[in-house]
Design a binder for this molecule. Sequence first.
Ligand SMILES: [Zn+2]
Length: 345
Amino acid sequence: MKAIVFHEHGGPEVLRYEDAPEPEIGPSEVLIKVRASGCNYNDIWARQGLPGMRFDLPHISGSDAAGKVVQVGDAVKTVKAGQKVVVHPPISCRQCEACTSGHEYFCRFFKIWGFQTGPLDGGHAEYARIPEANAVPMPENLSFEEAASIPLVLLTAWHMLVGRAQIKAGEDVLIWGAGSGVGSVGIQVAKLFGARVIAVAGSDKKLEKAKELGADEVINHSTQDVVAEVRKLTNKKGVEVVFEHVGQATWERSVASLSWGGRLVICGNTTGFEAKTDLRFLFNKQLSLLGSHQGNKAELLRALKFVEAGRIKPVIDRVLPLREAAQAQQLMEGRAQFGKIVLVP
Ligand SMILES: [Zn+2]
């Protein structure tokens, strides 16, 4: 089969479109013919390599995929050949105390498919193998491309806002990186729960699109002072919830934008992981700093109901042929996209 493979870490040039062996499934696994796969920032981290993390090489990235099941293992009971599925990206044992209490992300066998799996085990390929439990019925109203764009960012945004920050109707929510995959879904999840959304991005064009997704207010961080604008928009109160995934470059402004008793929820740090926090604000204002990582399968299934009902929409920047994966990563590194980039074999 054709796949996007890297044999060593490095820049986009290490990505090769080449022949790789078709995956062989175990008794509890299913084989999918991939019709579309979504690009995520973790594709870039894996390709570059991360300090302290080991990646099995050669590596196929791709944590989001949609396609048709072509083969199921002998022990598989809930998935049938011919079924359209999307991949639930986090893999865990599903038997331990963490897994059975709905905290799969605390499982000692927890891995993000296509990021920490391998060698040669992700979605940017013609075929992919996943555990039965990770094959989720594809929403009927979506194309393969739309379906492949949604699970990882939807699960991440849902767990951040619903699971961790416990968002409530009427609250003000600041969403950084409105043009990113997770930001574009974050806006929609916050609106679904009746929040007032203040979206931040670096261009007016992106902010226009954020408004189309439901953002009530927008701030252009390249021309405006985000903290001052938040104060103005909230009558000096600040926002109850900040949705963070940018990290070092935005952290101090995020903390400064919070209301008394505000919650900051963070799922990533695309600009770096060293940030300063003024502890006086933390205790005086009784702030909550909440980490968030992935989510559980029940959260994904619940969130997908709103996708199926048309209340959360996939946001696709563009669809590219699988062989153009390097171009997709360059667009993401340059923050040139709005929403997700999808690859089609
Ligand atoms: Zn487990």
